[in-house]
Design a binder for this molecule. Structure first.
Ligand code: SAM
Length: 335
């Protein structure tokens, strides 16, 4: 089996870490980035020496994968965070409305911490009462999470993220009464990551689908459990569920199961509408997966509450995100 290496990524994406700098100061301070020529599309990143500012995610830039971004002083200082564009979707979706920034957030599956620090970057720079609670179950990965968050926050902001080494599903929702926003990015098959996507498609060609389905369904069951737990927090009104999988078993089918769950229905959880979930991103959820929940028009609306990204074709990894909402007036879905 051929494993595609990282350099086959069409774009090297990086986020300017606005916790430590501003885009203006960043380009002023760092000659390497200042000298890159702006281009207007990712297709133009086929050569080095150019830089693309993303249309969808604020403060996100793309360069040719051969650019040595990680060798720059800006990276050393934590001012640059390497993060695929689609992986930036969850924190962006959570805080899509600038008038409704979530100040108390849980990142349920946090390590290595890219989404954690991205959520923190939306908090007002002078806020003293905002917190991102980051949970990580794995003891090795929690250490990586601490390092990454420490680097991204710097000394003066280190209380912005509170890291807990624990299984998120064992937390008591009533201990987090202020939390309104949730990012749930659980373990998945990783089939959207280049090497693994290639492996999977070759397995299917070889007729190995059954083994995969069993594994996918097991992962999906775990994802359902952890997202459902996040929906029981008393003040939670927005939950963004994501995976780096391309398979509907883990993605749309988990969403359908959550929407069909009697307890969650009673709590009022619904899928958000496209207008609130990166509306200009064309690739949405697979509407055929929602047929058990309504007619064609309703399926279209539900699929609109999800975004998908195809590996490479969409300029990075394969990804899925869905946005659930509950409660507050003006926060309801029409679907
Ligand atoms: N959100 C991360 C980021 O963007 O950097 C990537 C998260 S990774 C896909 C999933 C993580 O969830 C793994 O580090 C895994 O150890 C952790 N995890 C899995 N089950 C968990 C649980 N029940 N509670 C807390 N963390 C869990």
């Amino acid at each position: 089996v051929k494993i595609a290496d990282e350099d086959e990524s069409p774009v090297r994406w990086f986020r300017i870490n606005t916790i430590l700098t501003t885009p203006e100061a960043f380009f002023k301070d760092h000659e390497f980035f200042r000298n890159l020529q702006p281009v207007s599309s990712i297709e133009e990143l086929k050569q080095t020496g150019v830089i693309y500012q993303d249309d969808y995610i604020t403060n996100l830039y793309g360069v040719h994968p051969r650019e040595r971004v990680t060798s720059t002083p800006a990276y050393e200082k934590g001012q640059v965070i390497i993060q695929d564009r689609a992986s930036c979707f969850p924190a962006h979706i959570l805080n899509q409305n600038p008038n409704d920034i979530h100040k108390y957030v849980i990142d349920a599956c946090a390590a290595p911490g890219n989404k954690t620090t991205h959520c923190a970057s939306f908090l007002p720079i002078d806020s003293t009462d905002a917190v991102i609670y980051a949970f990580e179950r794995d003891s090795k990965r929690v250490e990586i999470l601490k390092t990454m968050c420490g680097k991204a926050l710097g000394q003066h902001k280190k209380n912005l993220i509170q890291i807990t080494h624990a299984d998120f599903t064992s937390t008591d929702p009533n201990d987090f009464k202020d939390v309104t926003g949730m990012v749930v990015d659980p373990s998945c098959s990783g089939s959207g990551i280049f090497g693994r996507a290639l492996e999977d498609s070759q397995k299917e060609e070889n007729g190995d689908q059954e083994i995969d389905t069993e594994r996918l369904n097991k992962l999906a069951g775990f994802q359902f459990k952890i997202v459902k737990h996040s929906m029981k927090f008393p003040s939670a009104r927005k939950v963004v569920y994501s995976t780096c999988s391309i398979h509907p078993h883990e993605n749309e089918r988990v969403v359908v199961d959550l929407l069909s769950d009697p307890e969650l229905k009673k709590l009022g959880w619904k899928l958000d509408i496209r207008a609130n979930v990166i509306p200009s991103w064309e690739r949405r959820g697979w509407k055929e997966e929602f047929t058990s929940l309504g007619n064609a028009e309703e399926c279209e609306k539900l699929a609109g509450g999800c975004v998908r990204s195809i590996p490479k074709e969409d300029g990075g990894i394969g990804f899925f995100a869905a946005c659930f909402i509950k409660g507050a007036p003006g926060n309801e879905t029409e679907a």
